[in-house]
Design a protein around this ligand. Structure first.
Ligand code: M6R
Length: 609
């Protein structure tokens, strides 16, 4: 996730920008840059790598000026390199912009601008915004920004500077954070509070659609129609560490709450809500190509492996291709049966997991076509796979994966719908139904995350238990696996997930009075059987917490307690059913006093075998 900083005032801008950007390093980035108004000219300095590389580049020749903007980039469109770093300028260099988010329609806009003679230097979606400023320039900064906003679609925080009106910075946002800091004769802009709290604690948060004109003496906020907006200023009393976590106690909790945005971003450019279709412009697969695939392997580790199991259900049921899911460390040594008609999908948040990479290389060696599903642009998985589908979860800092998992299963569902349509195994009406359901997910997830008191109570109640069991059938079983992993890795409670029907073949012996059993019951075709399994554990006096759809009265009759999730399609249910499990694990770990973000013995990225 990129970081934005802006300054306008009486002090030198560059040192503040660099300092502010360093406070945003925790968000993850691969390149950095600044633009400073030097006299009447904008000077742009940017490069790939850490902030130190930028500092070294300008050491001894720091841009001089009291107005500037800066950016740390987490690549989404175009690999990390100098040219793709922000800020971006138009061809004249008179307009510069920094951007967080995704401009969904950038390809169409880029083509139109190229036809008009604009020359693009980067592969980014952002650069179109700078060229659009130049193209639509009408002699008035605010008015031109509004024209640009009418052209672009997607999610963004945008900050603009122009040589034509050098005493102003303009910023705006949609679905991405942006805050303004208020000083005396100086004002600040940032994507996140840590960047500015060393200079001011008086801030306000920009809302979607607002446009702020920031000068040294004041900040003027309006909407796109020119209606003035008065903002409520608040004084930040967090310390720097709390500010990095956006006020959340842990990165894990922050990342759980970032899921509506991560899901929305991962759907951007793929889910078309109007036509209710799925597109993967980055794949451009054809019916012929898909008809030639007779087997799919999904290979990954840990949470990503669990996302792969969900993906197997999706691809087999919607696209009718046989799928094998493998743990990467097993796959690489088991001589898998692969040929040129095999597609090997590797899933990895970091794109650097050693076993996953080795499995990818093995699949390529054996002649498979390969597809990487990863969250990190330019990672080894992205570089070495034949094709890549990115999840846009933003950097995940907590060791326990949360938003990466939901975006991985979302990517797999979108992929299965896409492949199902290409192979003719999924009818148009059913595909539309699913896409419609997907469009509702960000809001439903948001809603679910707003009502978590009951989950906190359960977590505290059962935090002292030694063992816990997670049961489900079909997709619920796949999600149960992830629920158990979450609980054990951060709370150190022994947790096992079972396919509910398998329980009586051994594990039922472990079910005794008071053992917590979490039963997922969202899959209509196996619902009755799941409820029977629930009764079996209840009969052994287990304490049963069921997870089901709002309005499910049957679960209420049989379970000790029910956590309800919003009603949705059975294929979309995993995106929601996993949320209570993430929160149960989080609050249980918190109650037990565990180091939630850095659980013992574990690393975020496992780059050794
Ligand atoms: O970066 P990757 O997705 O390849 O990582 C794979 C696993 O190490 C990872 O999913 C791990 O299981 C999670 N951090 C657990 O929450």
């Amino acid at each position: 996730m990129c970081g934005i900083v802006g300054y306008i005032g009486k002090e030198q801008a560059a040192p503040f920008l660099l300092d502010g950007m360093s406070k945003l390093e925790y968000r993850g980035y691969d390149s950095a840059g600044i633009a400073v108004m030097e006299g009447a000219k904008i000077r742009l300095e940017k490069c790939v790598g850490r902030l130190e590389a930028l500092r070294a580049k300008i050491a001894g020749d720091m841009p001089v000026g009291t107005i500037g903007i800066g950016h740390t980039r987490w690549a989404t469109h175009g690999r990390p390199c100098d040219r793709n770093s922000h800020p971006h300028a138009d061809s004249s260099g008179k307009f510069v912009v920094v951007h967080n988010g995704i401009i969904e329609n950038y390809l169409v806009l880029k083509e139109q601008l190229i036809e008009k003679g604009h020359v693009f230097l980067s592969e980014t979606d952002t650069e179109v915004v700078a060229h659009l400023m130049a193209d639509l320039w009408d002699g008035d900064f605010e008015s031109t920004v509004k024209k640009v906003l009418k052209e672009i679609k997607g999610s963004y925080s945008l900050v603009f500077m122009t040589e034509y009106e050098p005493k102003k910075i303009i910023c705006t946002k949609k679905d991405n954070p942006l805050v303004i800091g208020l000083g005396e004769g100086e004002n600040f802009i940032a994507s996140d509070i840590p960047a500015i709290i060393s200079r001011t604690r008086r801030t306000f948060i920009m809302s979607d659609g607002e446009i702020a004109t920031v000068s040294a003496d004041g900040v003027w906020v309006q909407d796109i129609n020119g209606t003035p907006i008065s903002k409520k200023v608040f004084v930040v009393n967090w310390n720097a560490e709390a500010a990095e976590k956006g006020g959340f106690e842990h990165f894990m909790l922050k990342e759980i709450y970032e899921q509506p945005k991560a899901i929305r971003d991962t759907m951007t450019g793929r889910v078309d809500k109007e036509t209710e279709t799925i597109a993967f412009p980055e794949l451009n697969w054809t019916p012929e190509m898909m008809a030639s695939i007779n087997k799919i392997f999904i290979v990954a580790c840990g949470t990503a492996y669990h996302a792969g199991i969900v993906g197997k259900y999706y691809l087999e049921q919607l696209a009718r291709v046989p799928v094998e899911v493998d743990i990467a460390s097993e796959f690489r040594y088991r001589s898998p049966l692969i040929d040129g008609n095999t597609l090997c999908i590797v899933i990895s948040q970091s794109g650097e997991t050693s076993d996953t990479l080795a499995a990818l290389r093995e699949a390529k060696k054996l002649g498979a076509r390969t597809l990487g599903v990863t969250n990190v642009v330019g990672s080894a998985v992205a570089r070495e796979s034949d094709q890549v589908v990115y999840t846009y979860a933003g950097p995940e800092i907590a060791v326990a994966s949360t938003k990466a998992y939901t975006t991985q299963i979302l990517a797999m569902l979108m992929l299965a719908i896409y492949v199902g349509r290409l192979r003719g195994t999924l009818g148009e009406a059913r595909a539309k139904e699913l896409v419609h359901g997907l469009g509702l997910v960000p809001e439903q997830v948001h809603e679910l995350l707003e009502n978590v008191d009951q989950i906190k109570v359960f977590a505290r109640q059962y935090a002292s238990c030694e063992d816990a069991f997670f049961l489900g059938r079909s997709l619920d079983y796949a999600v149960a696996l992830e629920g158990a992993l979450k609980l054990k890795e951060i709370s150190y409670i022994h947790a096992e997930a079972y396919a509910a029907g398998e329980l009586k073949h051994g594990t039922l012996a472990l079910i005794v009075e008071g053992v917590p059993v979490i039963v997922l019951a969202t899959q209509s075709d196996v619902y009755d059987k799941t409820v029977s399994n629930l009764q079996e554990v209840k009969a052994r006096e287990a304490v049963v917490i069921a997870i089901g759809f709002v309005g499910d009265e049957v679960l209420k009759q049989h379970a000790d307690s029910v956590i309800y999730i919003p009603k949705t399609d059975k294929y979309i249910a995993p995106l929601m059913a996993v949320l209570p499990l993430q929160l149960l694990a989080y609050y249980a770990a918190l109650t037990r006093g565990c180091d939630v973000d850095k659980p013992r013995n574990l690393a975020k990225s496992v780059t050794v075998e």
